[in-house]
Design a protein around this ligand. Structure first.
Ligand code: MGD
Ligand code: MGD
Ligand code: SF4
Ligand code: MO
Length: 716
């Protein structure tokens, strides 16, 4: 029997609406849902490959336990949970709650209730040791929000923008910013007159649409942004009325950026001074504008400083929503809010749990993920001995050797997966989980992410709920991830409360009768702007006009101001201005190239990939400019060695004329564990063998460099 049902792709945060053709209950075809609003039927090859993914050989059908001989054997889920609960109890009794950790990553894309439930369990245990991959992504955005303050009225509306400044991001591939059908959206916005400015060492798919592309040396983003602010100030680009009413510290900022003259910035960042001035003039001419810092600027170190300067630029130009504008990204699943055209004042960026290593500390962005491995490896009181991994801990954490040593030292490592991934191959227990079409979907993840990163979510009140479309394969024992944490709490006699979009208002879960996933969603969305039943009445997803909000008038008693002169930030900027840039970069005769990260269309991080692979992700090649490739004596398809000061990998080379010469780009989330045979042509190579937790550490977030790394390249 053939039938067509609607759902949503969760292979990345774009959450594209899809139409799934089922034959006898199995998916055979996935297309974009043309009846759905906003997306115009767009999907990408990953979405189209969902039927293949759900029929994948190698799918984990049962949970696994590693035995003393190192072999994994199936274990009934309830036995696994009994055993994990018992081991947890022993660890907590002997070492205290801090010995239990969790690490949350992108697994929540697919399993929306997983992160809130592990958070609830950690709270119930009393452990503060919950790490999140957000501190190895763009955590500087949260630091900057804290130290600069935020604008209650939010951003300017995308469809009204005259200018958009993108700093180290590539939305057409990543869907971070303009996530809804980004190619089409950018085409329409630029046709309407929006001028795009892109800072990127690569002529990306997005940079090709830019009015100005600053093809800069990686890591020079703070230099360039400081230079742009200086030009705004000297060329009449300050929104003086806005600054007078809502801002403090203008003079100090103006003084700190004064030395960032166009000639200095151009020489240091390897760009043309005329292009920098042209970019500034676009921003000055723009009545409305927005900015999008991406991973490129963050990975190259100093992500917090760059993010802070980007907010300063924003505020100097007055690029914030004014009274009467429709609020961007209103809550639909979260409770209705009222917003005004006024500042929310700065607050401290640091606070919470102290790490036992390198003086690192919790910040508003969370516990520093860069300290995770050392917290396991460093003996003494408080040492971490158990971990629940909701991420690819094997591949995506910095310094693979260190992370793998740490994971190997744990008394208890639990992960969940749909395949025997590199992380699963290190775990004591692997809980077999459902795949996305076997799960209900709610647009919770993007709405939550939006609270800390404005590159996600929807500018209009869009939401969707669709039920699970298919059953797991016959004979499989697979669960929704959240049930693991719920049942562990039951075994340990701990009551759980959850609060996803409303943390101030915790909802207790019924611990006697296991709820359905829909009931957990309902608890997470308690007091939602639009009732979940109403959302579920729209199988194509819907824009809920009743959830639109408008920016209100400033409270006459509001004294809050956005801050341009945070002393630590301005000190860091002065230090940058005084340093030797080449020394800072670490390039020399032995390490003449700079390695950067890049994402590719057909793979999301280390997320399960179909086999045979989609085009372009058979492996993760190292992209080099053709002249650089010729210089190292290699050709596309040949094996080359990349060597940093911390490690080496062998990878397939690929010529890419869009790169700035001297820059090598590679995608993360490939390769194998150390000790397993390397196979760069089929498994790819793990770029985190070239990173180090103590390299170029951001003082606020503890995040090490994941890009902008000096390396050597040679033919193998
Ligand atoms: N298809 C796909 N989509 C994804 C993902 C994926 O793996 N695949 N991952 C998701 C995740 S987890 C995230 S965080 C987002 C990230 O989203 P983005 O930040 O947009 O990620 P990228 O597409 O890698 O774009 C980063 C860009 O920064 C440039 N760059 C490198 N170094 C520098 C530098 O020092 N300065 C500047 N200015 N630019 C630099 C790179 O050339 C690259 O074009 O994407 C998400 N979406
Ligand atoms: N060098 C370098 N390092 C990076 C990056 C980089 O560009 N360069 N990017 C960083 C960024 S921005 C991010 S967000 C992270 C991304 O890293 P992660 O947050 O790890 O994201 P994924 O790799 O998508 O996570 C998918 C993996 O999670 C595991 N997993 C755990 N639970 C489940 C589950 O219930 N279901 C499924 N399907 N899988 C589960 C599986 O091993 C699966 O392969 O990497 C970071 N690390
Ligand atoms: S862009 Fe592709 S992977 Fe991302 S949600 Fe849409 S179809 Fe899925
Ligand atoms: Mo990320």
């Amino acid at each position: 029997m053939l039938e067509t049902r609607t759902s949503t792709c969760r292979m990345c945060m774009a959450f594209c609406p899809i139409e799934v053709t089922l034959e006898d209950g199995r998916p055979i075809k996935v297309e974009g849902n043309r009846r759905a609003p906003l997306y115009g039927g767009f999907i990408c090859p990953k979405g189209r490959s969902l039927p293949q993914l759900h029929a994948q050989p190698g799918r984990l059908m049962h949970s696994l336990k590693r035995h003393a001989d190192g072999e994994y054997r199936p274990i009934p889920i309830d036995d696994a949970i009994d055993e994990i609960a018992e081991r947890l109890r022993v660890i907590i009794d002997r070492y205290g709650p801090r010995a239990v950790s969790a690490f949350i990553g992108s697994a929540g894309n697919e399993q929306h209730a997983s992160a809130p439930l592990i958070a609830a369990l950690m709270r119930a245990i009393g452990s503060p040791m919950m790490f999140s991959i957000a501190t190895l992504d763009q955590p500087g955005l949260m630091i900057a929000d804290a130290l600069h303050g935020t604008w209650q009225g939010g951003r300017m509306r995308p469809e009204t923008l005259d200018a958009f400044l993108l700093i180290g991001g590539n939305p057409i591939v990543s869907k971070q910013y303009f996530g809804v059908n980004p190619g089409q959206q950018l085409k329409e916005l630029t046709r309407r007159g929006m001028k795009l400015i892109v800072i990127d060492p690569r002529s990306t798919e997005t940079a090709k649409r830019a009015a100005i592309h600053l093809k800069a040396i990686p890591g020079e983003d703070p230099t360039i942004i400081a230079g742009l602010i200086h030009l705004l100030i000297t060329r009449g680009g300050v929104d003086t009325a806005f600054v007078a009413e809502h801002v403090s510290g203008f003079e100090a900022l103006a003084e700190a950026v004064a030395l960032f003259t166009p000639d200095y910035v151009a020489a240091r960042a390897g760009i043309d001074a005329a292009d920098l001035i042209a970019a500034a003039d676009i921003l000055i001419d723009a009545k409305t504008g927005d900015t999008g810092p991406g991973t490129g600027m963050s990975f190259a170190s100093r992500g917090s400083l760059t993010s802070y300067l980007v907010l300063c630029l924003h505020t100097v130009r007055g690029f914030w929503a004014r009274e009467g504008q429709e609020y961007v990204n209103p809550p639909v699943l979260g409770p209705r809010i009222a917003v005004r055209a006024q500042a929310i004042p700065p607050r401290p960026a640091m606070g919470g749990e102290a790490m036992r290593v390198r003086g690192l500390h919790q910040s508003v962005a969370g516990l520093p993920g860069g300290a995770f491995a050392e917290e396991i490896l460093t003996p003494g009181e408080g040492q971490v001995r158990a971990c629940f991994m909701l991420i690819s801990g094997a591949l995506n954490l910095p310094q693979q050797q260190l992370s793998q040593d740490a994971l190997g030292k744990l008394d208890l490592l639990v992960t969940h997966d749909v395949e025997m991934s590199p992380t699963a191959r290190l775990a004591d227990y692997v809980i077999a989980t459902k795949l996305q079409l076997e799960l209900p979907i709610l647009t919770l993840q993007p709405e939550l992410a939006r609270k800390v990163h404005h590159g996600y979510g929807w500018a209009v009140p869009y939401a969707a709920y669709q039920p699970a479309l298919i059953d797991p394969p016959e004979g499989a024992e697979v669960i929704d991830v959240w049930r693991l944490y719920y049942r562990l709490a039951q075994r340990l006699g701990l009551p759980l409360s959850i609060g996803g979009l409303r943390t101030a208002n915790m909802v207790p879960l019924d611990m006697a009768h296991e709820p359905s996933t829909d009931e957990v969603f309902a608890a997470l969305c308690a007091n939602s702007s639009v009732p979940l039943e109403e959302i579920a009445r729209h199988p194509d997803g819907h824009v809920f006009d009743e959830a639109r909000i408008f920016v209100g008038q400033k409270d006459p008693y509001c004294m809050a101001r956005l801050r341009l002169d945070d002393p630590d930030m301005l000190a860091e900027l002065r230090q940058l201005r005084a340093e030797d840039p080449v020394h800072r970069r670490g390039t020399d005769a032995d390490h003449p190239f700079i390695l950067v990260a890049r994402r590719v269309q057909n793979s999301t991080n280390a997320f399960v990939r179909v086999s045979p692979p989609l085009p372009g992700v058979e492996t993760n090649p190292a992209y080099l400019h053709p002249d650089d490739l010729a210089q190292v004596g290699a050709t596309s398809g040949a094996l080359i060695e990349l060597r940093s000061r911390w490690g080496r990998i062998e990878v397939v080379a690929e010529a890419d004329a869009t790169l700035r010469p001297g820059v090598v780009a590679i995608t993360h989330g490939f390769g194998r564990n150390l000790g397993e045979p390397d196979d760069p042509r089929r498994a790819g190579a793990n770029v985190n063998r070239l990173t180090h937790v103590e390299d170029g550490v951001d003082r606020w977030t503890g995040m090490p460099r994941l890009g902008g790394i000096a390396i050597a390249v040679r033919a193998v």
